[in-house]
Design a protein around this ligand. Sequence first.
Ligand code: SF4
Length: 269
Amino acid sequence: MTKPKDYRSDLTPVWCNGCGDYGVLKGITQALSDLDVAPERLAVISGIGCSSRLPGYTRSYAFNSIHGRALPIASGLKYARPDLTVLVVGGDGDGFSIGLGHIPHAVRRDVPIMYAVLDNGIYGLTKGQASPTSDPDFKRDRGLAGPDERPLNPVLLVLASGAGFVARTHAGNLPHLRTMFRAAIAYPGFAFVHVLAGCVTYQKPAYAEEIYQRCVMLPPDYDPSDFDRAMDAARGQRFALGVLYKRPPGERPVPMEPYEVTETSFPGE
Ligand code: SF4
């Protein structure tokens, strides 16, 4: 049986002290250990950014690739080597700006990989520019362009694309990270995990506190097979944490159900 340390390389992370990425690295290695994934059967792929350094800190096949291109690279790898467990990690800028076009295609192909986005609402590596998930107040405070633009909602976007597994967690909650990653890695299709991860260097402490206060656990009676309920949870002002949606493998996505044309399809004709 493997241990979490079996998935760590000899490299010491260069993330800032207190960065949420540490928790994610720990949660992933714990989940891999729970599932007893052989390190020689593991590949971790990323794009560019602070969180995209994570593959270098794992003992696995690893590729810190090019900005926004982790998903097509990981998809090709998984198709060529279906025996590998393939994980993709990256930030909100990497995934939801330059890399956005790749997400619905990985989803519709249902590539059996886990994609974890470490969302800190900022470009950390390049010193604090606004990302697609930046809060409008953050941009207003710094005089950045587009303060009235609404932030993109990653969970809503991936759900609407038809993903079979969608979860959300917080980088400060280690047991929850471990549980979400374990469920996502074990899912036999495209699995998305939205991780609320703070940037202690370029975000104000009040931002991290506000994100934390907006988090709420899904209730015990929550049914993750209910797509409409998942969409409602994704639209909420609170950040619902847990497995928001899980579809039985092989079942068709709800938004792509066959549409039956009937005589009443066009009222008035
Ligand atoms: Fe983490 Fe921000 Fe430091 Fe990057 S700049 S390592 S995101 S705290």
